[in-house]
Ligand binder design. Sequence first.
Ligand code: SF4
Length: 251
Amino acid sequence: MTPSKAPRASIASRKGDSESRRLRQLAWTRLNEQIVACEACQRLRNYCRRVAETKRRAYQDEKYWGQPVPNFGDADARLLIVGLAPGAHGANRTGRMFTGDRSGDWLFRALAKRGFANQATSERYDDGLQLYDCAITNACHCAPPANKPLREEVRQCRDWLAATFELLPATVILALGGLAWRQVVDYALEETWISGRRPKFAHGARCALGEGRTLLGSYHPSQQNTFTGRLTEEMFDSVFTAAKEILRTDA
Ligand code: SF4
């Protein structure tokens, strides 16, 4: 499935009046419906369905989502977080980005501390969680085996990332991990937001993109990073503090 294109506009005009916000909300809902219906990567679709049928023992009584996981958050968001892919028993189970696993515990705690979320926990689709001025997407919308999508699968899913960029008035893009960073940089180069040498990923990296956008980098809050201490809570919080500060000066 090919995304239906949102009309391109400058960031300034996209902050918009109530009518343009209403239209953006409709386009956001439509985009998410398209993502959920996507069947482009057979390997991933088969894997997600298989996981949803077999389930993890702890979740045997739950109905798994098992479909591509849509974007989550505020259609008027100025902060867009780009993650890697749904967890097989996390978002692939609950149907909401970063919901139901340890990475989500870290992410929503950090978002709540900086006022981007109304609560610090994210356990179920219907738990009342709301994001403010923030939205979450992934480089890959389907859970991959061993958390590793193939290059062509990420490439295939870039159409959804591009549609998300085109729709949201995001001025701060936060890439969680090197793969997400590469996807954003590839898109930025294609759209000539930047030119020349590729900016390098690092925790706390910051890069100016075109038209007043800023790309921030953070280690992904995966258990591999948080259990080993590669990413501490203080390090993670500092990235959201930076995002908040950029948005405050941008307002
Ligand atoms: S990974 Fe992306 S492109 Fe591939 S099937 Fe899932 S939603 Fe579609």
